[in-house]
Ligand binder design. Structure first.
Ligand code: HEM
Length: 189
């Protein structure tokens, strides 16, 4: 996975727990400090080990850690460098989710040969959608869940996010979320 993801992880761990803990995590993986270049690809095994080591060092289950990481990614890290791209993706959470594939497509000229996830949206009603997540990797559903929990902050709305199904498929993982807008202000703009 691209080093950008590692650098986002570093940023969260350092911000929440301090630089020394991050150094300990790298040492436990026998990785030299500061080796991650945002625009370079690293083996997925490095990414997943880094996530596992960070979860362990912060005394969290891997899925809970990934959830916090997804939330951090959307609410803190991505807006700093990719604010305009996020803004282009939608004015409303459901529109944003419908455009997740185009978001990743837009950056495919910078992130050559990356393997972004694929999402599909099904409307159950104006206030409720089902979002399907398809990945060529296993184990990242909770990262998506964390991002989805960050969406209400980004759009200043109230939403309920429920993970309905999660299954390993031949090469990766597939999950289904149900997302409901709650309260008065909703309705797509
Ligand atoms: C400006 C915002 C974003 C940027 C720049 C971005 C960029 C990237 C990049 C570079 C990767 C690595 C893929 C690889 O190395 O093969 C990735 C993966 C991923 N992105 Fe995004 N992304 C953004 C927003 C989002 C959002 C809003 C979601 C919503 C759920 C999302 C979900 C994911 C997931 C789940 C992965 C892991 C890959 C997988 O599932 O197999 N991203 N993204």
């Amino acid at each position: 996975m691209y080093g950008l993801i590692h650098n986002a992880l570093r940023s969260m761990v350092v911000q929440e727990h301090g630089e020394p803990l991050w150094q300990l995590i790298l040492e436990s993986m026998e990785i030299e400090a500061d080796v991650f270049l945002s625009m370079r690809q690293y083996d997925d095994s490095t990414t997943l080990s880094l996530i596992a080591a960070s979860a362990q060092a912060t005394n969290m289950e891997v899925d809970a850690f990934l959830g916090s990481f997804g939330y951090y990614w959307l609410t803190v890290f991505a807006p700093k460098d990719y604010g305009p791209l996020l803004n282009l993706t939608g004015d409303d959470p459901f529109e944003f989710l419908r455009n997740l594939n185009s978001l990743h497509e837009r950056i495919s000229t910078s992130f050559l040969e990356f393997r972004p996830p694929v999402f599909s949206v099904k409307y159950i009603s104006d206030e409720c959608i089902e979002l399907q997540y398809n990945s060529t990797r296993k184990g990242l559903t909770s990262f998506v869940e964390g991002i989805l929990r960050g969406l209400p902050i980004m759009f200043n709305v109230t939403m309920v996010v429920e993970l309905m199904e999660r299954s390993a498929v031949q090469q990766g993982e597939q999950s289904l979320f149900r997302i409901m807008k709650v309260g008065a202000q909703r309705g797509r703009s």
